[in-house]
Ligand binder design. Structure first.
Ligand code: ZN
Length: 128
């Protein structure tokens, strides 16, 4: 989509506004994961190539949480606590990172098909 860059629904922020994000394109599918961390955070998650999402206020205004096999850090705002995104600890070319779509325009969230992912057990989509 050519007008994706100027579409205001692609801009999101944590609740207090200290962390701001801008998506490089319109997501069509998001993932709702039931793993021990995601089921607490919420989401849903959308994925982009690492480095393509414009993020302001990170890492100055954020804190990171690292767990499990320690391949990624989950980032939240130090002020309001909202989880904004996760990123790989050791980025490789073309790798992905996840953005918490809950920080974006409700119209954008409503327009995206949310798929249920069984991150707790089988690591497969369980909605179809
Ligand atoms: Zn905040």
């Amino acid at each position: 989509m050519n007008d994706a860059q100027s579409d205001p629904t692609h801009a999101g922020a944590c609740h207090c506004g200290a962390v701001r994000m801008k998506l490089p394109s319109t997501p069509e599918v998001a993932t709702a994961c039931n793993c021990s961390l995601c089921r607490r955070i919420g989401g849903p998650w959308v994925y982009f190539e690492f480095g393509t999402v414009e993020i302001q206020g990170h890492p100055e205004a954020t804190a990171a949480y690292i767990w499990g096999d320690k391949t990624m850090r989950t980032i939240h705002c130090k002020t309001c606590g909202c989880v904004t995104h996760w990123e790989p600890l050791e980025p490789t070319p073309g790798c992905k990172h996840g953005v918490n779509l809950g920080n974006f325009d409700p119209q954008l969230i409503a327009s995206v098909r949310v798929r249920r992912f069984d991150g707790a057990d089988t690591w497969t989509f369980i909605d179809e």
